[in-house]
Design a protein around this ligand. Structure first.
Ligand code: CP
Length: 327
């Protein structure tokens, strides 16, 4: 099996085969959400903790629904409801949670690297649900699944990622994944948010929206991450939207079968016009639907399979012991 990791911390460095294995598995899980009774016993008796130190609508709900559709028990912990407010460190919180024997911990944190820190201290699978400006791997995987469904394949496509690349974990995970899968990536935005140095990541840089979108197969809009901006990166939101808001007029420059993605939450009228977000090329709601399947596949691969392998190796050790005893 190409996907054989203990944790999912990011997509940088992940092989194309591993990503494709995950996408194939996600595609097969989609059908469960269309059933009348949307539940299978795959993770019965398992426990998944969602540890969220940042607000979330889509990711937290999607992980919870995914776990529940696999029959796992889920626990949701937010920063405000945890003992972090009493001075407990992230590692201490996670170690205490691990002492209660969960089978996976899904973590979102404003600090880049927080899930990596936990993975160094813990044995149960850690899933990165977004860490600061670093990566958001499950978002990129659901984006890939959506693109592949609509366009048949990812290799050979031209994908324009537009907006606040500097602060975007979604943009970074997608850039790594799309490059690994053979797409051409354009990064589009003002020089303050898309510095020239990003070209070293294997993308072309465009500061004019029309240049970036022209003849693109896929346009992925990013949210302006005002909560992560310590300085003024553009004069005003009005000026940003004047130059970088995706309008119907700009969409007409892309390929005729273009698809428009946005991870959400969207800022209507700032980075994307309502007519585009709700228009015929938008696949934003399909992204959300696919998020559940991607997270079901991931939980299956990290929890069910790793437990099966542990049981197999335990059985092997026991047989070895018995044989050892006979010898
Ligand atoms: N796309 C995404 O991560 O959305 P949430 O912040 O609502 O989880």
């Amino acid at each position: 099996m190409a996907f054989a990791q203990r944790h999912l911390l990011g997509l940088e460095g992940m092989s194309a085969d591993a990503m494709i294995a995950l996408l194939d598995s996600a595609a097969s899980f989609k059908e469960i959400s269309e059933r009348d009774i949307k539940k299978v016993p795959t993770l019965r008796g398992k426990t998944v903790i969602n540890l969220f130190y940042e607000n979330s609508t889509r990711t937290r709900t999607s992980f919870e629904i995914a776990a529940k559709r696999l029959s796992a028990d889920t626990i949701n912990i937010s920063e405000s409801s945890s003992s972090a407010s009493k001075g407990e460190t992230l590692v201490d919180t996670a170690r205490n949670l691990e002492a209660m024997r969960p089978d996976a911990i899904v973590v979102r944190h404003p600090m880049s690297g927080a899930p990596h820190l936990l993975a160094r201290h813990m044995t149960c699978p850690i899933i990165n649900a977004g860490d600061g400006c670093h990566e958001h791997p499950t978002q990129a995987l659901l984006d890939l699944l959506t693109i592949r469904e609509r366009r048949g394949q990812i290799a050979g496509l031209t994908v324009a990622i537009v907006g606040d690349l500097l602060h975007s974990r979604v943009g970074r995970s997608n850039l790594h994944a799309l490059r690994a899968l053979g797409a051409t990536v354009r990064l589009v935005g003002p020089p303050t948010l898309v510095p020239r140095e990003f070209a070293s990541l294997g993308a072309t840089i465009h500061h004019r929206l029309a240049d970036g979108v022209r003849d693109a197969d896929v346009v992925m809009m990013l949210r302006i991450q005002r909560e992560r901006m310590g300085a003024n990166y553009f004069p005003s939101v009005e000026e940003y939207s004047q130059y970088y808001c995706l309008t119907e007029e700009i969409v007409r420059l892309a390929k005729p079968q273009v698809i428009i993605l946005h991870p959400g939450p969207i800022n209507r009228g700032l980075e994307i016009a309502s007519a585009v977000a709700d228009g015929p090329y938008s696949v934003i709601m399909s992204q959300v639907t696919n998020g559940v399947a991607v997270r079901m596949a991931l939980l299956y691969l990290l929890v069910a399979r790793s437990k099966a392998e542990d049981a197999e190796s335990d059985a092997g050790a026991e047989v070895g012991l018995r044989q050892g005893g006979r010898a």
